[in-house]
Design a protein around this ligand. Sequence first.
Ligand code: C5P
Length: 230
Amino acid sequence: RSVWAVVPAAGRGTRFGGDVPKQYLEVAGRSVLEHTLRALLSHPDVAGAMVALAPDDSRWPGWTSLCGKPVLRCDGGGERADSVLAALRALPPSVPGDALVLVHDAARPNLAASDVGRLIDAAMESPDGAILAAPVRDTLKRADGAGCIDATVPREALWRALTPQAFRRDALVHALESARAVGVAMTDEAMAIERAGGRPVLVEGREDNLKVTTPADLRLAEFLLSRRSP
Ligand code: C5P
């Protein structure tokens, strides 16, 4: 099984605040991005990683390999989907169109190898790929315009989409291209596949696969990663 990881890391991380984009913040002795890449590449089925960076990124440390596997870089684009498309197109020609690709947020450093394995297993069996996701545990309220509760939303069938999200390379390229052509805003890759009529499988992932978005998330990531790393 030969699977490539695609890591969009071209975001400015403006929600986090500060000068350093969140993927370059230090946590447990390494950058968030290095933890993320090592988590992906340490899985035996993952052959390499393609990282989409902002064209003016001056912090990229120039890796060409990590964990003994190739790390390639390309320029990302203005939106997340542009960055993912650029990375898919920049994969080496030896990667077949029906190869599985794992798209994973640069800012999710605490990915467990067991989740990568279960996701790959499910995506290999599914015609439309698979994503890691977590069932919603809180009660959900929809707000009215004044910040009051308008309704309680039943949570039974609701999941939080995590990453990685695993699809066949060509299927994802075509789905992203057609969604972009009509200007659909996409916050994950599954949205593009769904729009093309696909039904990706939900694979229950670990709750601690957190996305570093706020300073509180960074403290939590520090705690989780420092307990894991030797
Ligand atoms: O902003 P958010 O946390 O949703 O970003 C998710 C991922 O997408 C991050 O890893 C970010 O670097 C990436 N991204 C990108 N290109 C953009 C915008 C976001 O690669 N234009």
